[in-house]
Design a binder for this molecule. Structure first.
Ligand SMILES: [Zn+2]
Length: 101
């Protein structure tokens, strides 16, 4: 059991995220408090976060393009399978719609 630094409720370690910088290797706040803190922080700083994310994407556009290319290449099998399943599903949906008409 560990006491959360925010809500001050004792909870099992499973309710805390892992944090290797902490003495006991668990986060100071429970998962629930971390989630609500993150949500609040995002709401308060929404514009700043969106702006900085956009700037990061623009700065790292080439890197991300390259990364995605490598990622797709590495997981080629998965994407091929995914596309096959997706195509099958959407074909069925189109067929189903045409039957309905
Ligand atoms: Zn808490």
């Amino acid at each position: 059991m560990k006491i959360c630094n925010k809500c001050h409720i004792a909870k099992s370690y499973a309710k805390f995220s892992v944090n290797n910088d902490a003495k006991d290797h668990y986060h100071y706040f429970c998962k629930e408090c971390t989630r609500s803190y993150t949500r609040d922080y995002y709401q308060k700083n929404k514009d700043k976060i969106i702006k900085s994310n956009r700037e990061w994407q623009q700065r790292n556009f080439k890197y991300m393009q390259e990364y995605q290319k490598i990622y797709r290449e590495k997981h080629k099998e998965y994407f091929t399978q995914y596309q096959k399943i997706y195509r099958k599903k959407s074909n069925n949906r189109i067929r189903y719609k045409s039957i309905l008409k």
